[in-house]
Design a binder for this molecule. Structure first.
Ligand code: 5AD
Ligand code: FES
Length: 354
């Protein structure tokens, strides 16, 4: 197994079967040494491109209204128990100002697919943010839209876009989503975003219902093909009012294995240690960093709405002020032997840290 990990480190792309073998075996107790080796190589790969720097992005979850009904998600339209909220453009700008004051140079605007904000309103918001703070990167995470809309927001100044593909296997996608959602459209959105010029983030859940090992291998191979700038990977966590309430959560170890394999396969990708990872284990994000992650995304939303953006149960960081989250993450990053930096943290195109 060590040899396969070395091959991956040296630049080989593995066959699907080889990824499957690694995913299955590395979770076994008897391969603990090999698992540690995987994490060490993944860390080395991160260090090659980014040194010991961990980038930070301030996340503003500005609306939990959503027109979609994804079976895994707590803010799906069918969840009548979700308490809905929307922040006004002024409130969003105030959160971003607070983020700027705390040192964030990337602001992520995320929401459900909420049609009540028009294309123009979002565009104006992006333009206002960039005008006020020309040195920030604005990341949007607003779901699937038409190409023209993505283009318009890009022209307004948006730099990056996050849209997880959720799973690279159509049959699996269709078990996680109602028929009205199209796997092909989602994948098309990702290619459109890249073509327009966004720094683009894809990603998937680990341990989602009906997921097979091969599906995870396909996720890695799809990411390699798409070659996104970012990859958001976190464990599935059951949400009590969703159709998947009774399904088991993804595991810490399997998520860490996937993070490390994606780091070794995509090399310079920006890879967050996600909030979901910190939710399934108290030191999940530190462990993510030790498995090759290099981004953390503390919450900047007003504390009054945080509990309402419950994609899954027991989400962390819902009681803390923005400044507390930032401090907390700074400490965690240090515990993992790294340094939290506040610059924009763009994708390392060719840069290799010496
Ligand atoms: N568990 C883990 N992640 C989830 N997401 C949505 N619901 C869940 C859940 N129950 C993730 C999806 C989505 C992102 C915003 O949150 O991957 O793209
Ligand atoms: Fe939010 Fe620790 S990161 S409280």
């Amino acid at each position: 197994m060590k040899q396969t990990i070395d091959r991956l480190f040296e630049n080989a792309i593995l066959e699907k079967e080889a990824y499957c073998d690694l995913i299955i075996n590395l979770e076994k107790k008897e391969y603990e040494k090999e698992l540690r080796y995987l994490f060490t190589k993944a860390r080395q790969m991160r260090e090659r491109y980014y040194g010991n720097k961990i980038y930070t992005r301030g996340l503003i979850e500005f609306s939990n209204y959503c027109k979609n009904d994804c079976y895994y998600c707590g803010i799906r339209r069918g969840n009548t128990k979700a308490e809905r909220y929307r922040l006004s453009p002024e409130e969003i700008l105030a959160c971003a100002d607070e983020g700027y004051r705390l040192g964030f140079r990337t602001i992520v605007l995320q929401s459900g697919e909420d049609a009540s904000y028009s294309t123009d309103q979002i565009g104006s918001l992006v333009a206002a943010l960039k005008e006020k703070h020309p040195d920030i990167a604005v990341t949007l995470s607003l779901g699937e839209r038409e190409r023209e809309v993505y283009q318009y927001w890009y022209d307004c100044g948006a730099d990056r876009y996050l849209l997880r593909h959720e799973t690279a296997v159509k049959a699996h996608y269709e078990r996680l989503h109602p028929a009205e959602l199209s796997f092909e459209h989602r994948i098309q959105c990702l290619y459109d975003l890249k073509e327009i010029g966004y720094q683009t983030g894809a990603g998937f859940m680990v341990g989602s219902p009906f997921q097979k090992t091969e599906d995870l291998a396909e996720d890695i191979l799809f990411l390699k093909k798409l070659s996104p700038h970012m990859a958001g990977i976190g464990p599935f966590i059951a949400q009590k009012d969703s159709p998947f309430a009774e399904y088991p959560n993804g595991t810490l170890t399997q998520t860490l294995i996937l993070l490390a394999l994606v780091r070794l396969t995509l090399k310079n990708v920006l890879l967050p240690a996600t909030t979901a990872l910190g939710t399934i284990a108290p030191d999940g994000r530190e462990k993510g960093i030790l498995a090759g992650a290099n981004v953390v995304m503390p919450n900047l939303s007003p504390v009054s709405v945080r509990k309402k953006y419950q994609l899954y149960d027991n989400k962390i960081c819902t009681g803390e002020e923005s400044a507390q989250c930032r401090k907390c993450l700074e400490n965690r990053v240090r515990l993992a032997g790294c340094e939290l930096v506040t610059d924009r943290g763009d994708y390392a195109e060719t840069m290799i840290a010496s």
